[in-house]
Ligand binder design. Structure first.
Ligand code: DON
Length: 566
């Protein structure tokens, strides 16, 4: 039988049970509890796909593959096959690991590729269009994840996504709004025939079908990584790249390989924290923040009190200063992870924190670290009935990435190249600066803030979490951990709580609407802080194992996602 017929048979069987209802079941009053398994993602359809896999006997890793591909269809602003990401896992036996499927700079890249002859950055070149595209890693990543940890046939994990792409899915309010908002940007780089452009404004409830994406996913089902990195899909991608100023070539696709890496691990008040190592800055920065926090009694200070926000801010200021200098792709730059996490180093860094006065960011440089070694993102969390757990954060970087849509393949390409430091000291789109450690080099991975994280208590799984939000990912994950461990909140309450953020440069505390009353704002200003309101910081999808053994799913009300358990 021809393999396309096999896909149709799979699709027919799947269609008998498929559900494209997008209503969410989140309610911060009603805890989302389940006994066996839980999937929390940015889209209820994708969460449902994951739970269905768990119910069919798949493990958390099978469900992760299915959710990733489903998000690539129903959450095109960040879910992807044209981007990359990271996964952190913990098996039921307590074995931990991480998978780096971050994009890479193409072979033809060079450190000055976004600068003009006067060495000034050319506006928009690293953030949109064909030259902003890094070599995508998601498909290779999902295939390797399945090979190492999956238990179900790969085809079973692809069919739900193929079904959704072929049969279509309804838009929710936010997606309709974004697509209308981005219409002109799409038209700058694409033909008006791409499925995300409508002749009348999109409305919630409209159905989008992406048959070309169903075709690409079908090729991945049939041919594995060759279904994406070579053959027709690769041809379509490179044909599109050549229409603009792109430099990605077949050799880049051939050479792309995701990498298993040892996670960064440390402790916080007796809990074990397992997070993403470089090329993400997330795990190192998170552990620096948590280690620094151990010296303070946050509970006594009070949640989001002036003292707590001041202390978190001062810790964050120092950690982000280190990030700018020392963090980059460890395959190209000797990231001094051990030194950055050394207790004496952290306590020395924090010795300049004053309780009654802010420090100025311009007076805070990176710490002294001897280099002695040679030289709209989306997050989902899954726990299965055996206790296997996985945290995956994946991205196109900006909303819809580079905005370049591979029309014949049905997917957007990322603009991850902007996560490099395109010029020393020049802020990227998240205001993050960097230097040599994160300079562009062929084949190098750009530094990330994505922080998929797992927390253990007494050797048992406690929590799985992560967030989108660019530079604010790290401080978001940090505050959710404090909320659970220090402030003893449940999962949904820990997500509902308002957040603040500081990243050294700019020297400002960003705070969410309704996070601070006018008295607290005044008190923080009296300590010397500059404050700026931000409507939302982060969008966490997380799972907590409660003391009674029940799984509590948390889906951030800042987005439209859903935690679904069974
Ligand atoms: O890897 C990073 O840190 C960024 N590319 C993540 C982008 C992001 O979170 C955008 N989402 N809101």
């Amino acid at each position: 039988m021809r393999s396309t017929s096999i896909i149709f048979i799979f699709m027919f069987l799947y269609s008998c049970t498929a559900n494209t209802d997008r209503s969410t079941n989140i309610n911060s009053e009603n805890l989302n509890l389940a006994q066996h398994g839980m999937v929390s993602s940015a889209d209820s359809l994708a969460s449902q796909v994951g739970v269905d896999i768990l119910k069919k006997g798949g493990n958390a890793f099978d469900a992760a593959v299915a959710v990733h591909f489903a998000l690539a269809v129903v959450y095109p602003m960040a879910g992807n096959i044209g981007g990359g990401g990271f996964a952190v896992y913990r098996t039921k036996g307590g074995e931990t690991g991480s998978l780096d499927f971050r994009e890479k700079a193409p072979l033809a890249a060079n450190r000055n590729m976004y600068l003009d002859t006067a060495m000034q950055a050319i506006d928009g070149l690293s953030t949109k269009g064909h030259l902003s595209v890094g070599v995508p890693g998601s498909v290779d990543g999902m295939i390797r994840l399945h090979e190492k940890l999956g238990s179900m046939p790969f085809a079973d994990l692809m069919v739900p996504a193929i079904f959704l792409a072929r049969e279509g899915f309804p838009l929710n309010n936010r997606e309709a709004e974004y697509l209308n908002l981005y219409r002109e940007k799409f038209l700058e780089l694409n033909d008006s025939t791409i499925p995300f452009i409508n002749h009348t404004p999109w409305q919630a409830g409209d159905t989008i079908k992406i048959p070309a994406l169903a075709g690409t996913l079908g090729r991945i089902l049939q041919y594995g990584r060759n279904g994406f990195y070579s053959g027709p899909t690769a041809h379509y991608m490179l044909e599109e790249i050549k229409k603009g100023l792109g430099i990605m070539a077949q050799e880049d696709l051939d050479m792309y390989k995701s990498k298993w890496r040892d996670p960064v691990e440390g402790t916080y008040r007796g809990h074990k924290i397992i997070s993403m190592p470089p090329p993400s800055s997330g795990g190192v920065a998170l552990l620096q923040l948590l280690k620094g926090s151990e010296a303070y009694d946050f509970k006594a200070m009070g949640h989001n009190s002036v003292a707590a926000i001041h202390t978190m801010t001062e810790l964050e200021r120092r950690v982000y200063a280190d990030r700018a200098t020392f963090l980059g792709d460890p395959d190209f730059y000797p990231v001094p992870v051990e030194k950055l996490l050394d207790a004496a180093y952290i306590s020395e860094r924090n010795s300049t924190i004053l309780p009654d006065r802010k420090t100025n960011s311009q007076d805070i440089k990176e710490g002294h670290v001897d280099i002695i070694e040679s030289t709209e993102t989306t997050h989902f969390s899954i726990v299965d009935k055996e206790g296997n757990a996985i945290a995956v954060t994946t991205t196109l970087n900006s909303l819809y990435g580079s905005k370049v849509f591979v029309e014949k393949g049905g997917f957007f390409l990322n603009n991850e190249m902007d996560d490099f430091s395109i010029k020393p000291g020049l802020p990227n789109q998240f205001g993050l600066i960097g230097g040599e450690a994160n300079a562009i080099e062929p084949e190098k991975r750009m530094l990330s803030s994505m922080s998929p994280t797992i927390v253990e208590k007494d050797g048992e799984l406690l929590m799985v979490l992560g967030s989108p939000g660019g530079s604010t990912i790290i401080t978001t994950v940090y505050q959710v951990i404090l909320n659970v461990i220090d402030y003893e909140m449940g999962m949904q309450a820990a997500l509902d709580a308002k957040r603040t953020h500081h990243q050294w440069q700019p020297d400002k505390i960003f705070y969410e609407t309704d996070c601070l009353d006018s008295l607290s704002i005044e008190s923080l200003k009296n300590l010397g802080h500059v404050l700026e309101i931000e409507s939302k910081l982060g969008r966490v999808h997380a799972i907590l194992v409660r003391e009674d053994g029940m799984l509590e799913g948390g889906a951030d009300l800042r987005g439209d996602g859903a935690a679904i358990g069974y």
